[in-house]
Write a protein that binds this ligand. Sequence first.
Ligand code: 5GP
Length: 173
Amino acid sequence: MNTKIDVLIPEEDIRKRISEMAAELSEKYKGEEVLLVGILTGSVFFLAELAQKMTIPVEIDFMAASSYGSGTESSGRVLITKDLARSIEGDHVIIVEDIVDTGQTLHLLTEMLIERNPASLELAVLLNKPSRRKVCLDADYVGFDIPDAFVVGWGLDYDQKYRDLPYIGVIKE
Ligand code: 5GP
């Protein structure tokens, strides 16, 4: 198979936009510490770049989840396959994710983390596909709105490959 990948968002645009997001977050949480919660595995590149560009103290933890829909939007469930290492009670928490598609996974994860009584909970995503949304979910910080195409790079995979691409691309076969 000869796989060709078209560049949708070039590396320099991504790094510039993440710097802007980091500046916005650093200003909003000035004087506070925040806990960045990355959702494995796709968030790792975005989270690393965001954390390094932020100018306030951050802690980092990760969760992994699989979501199970049963055909109706409201009955989806999420299975936590790796949980946080500690309590988030009283913490300023920012969930960091690669992409919001239907929104189901992040909707359920957000509800789950709210029950753990953080001081605040916000959501930062690198990519957003608004046209695909099935549940009501608005990220607080969005890098780029993209069309309904299957993208890879910056943590996003196709069959576990291409996560390391430094740009966002669309696979053409
Ligand atoms: P949601 O619950 O929002 O439908 O699921 C989001 C998850 O679906 C993302 O974390 C990601 O793993 C996967 N996903 C959604 N759209 C894409 C895409 O365009 N490319 C890749 N590689 N994964 C995607």
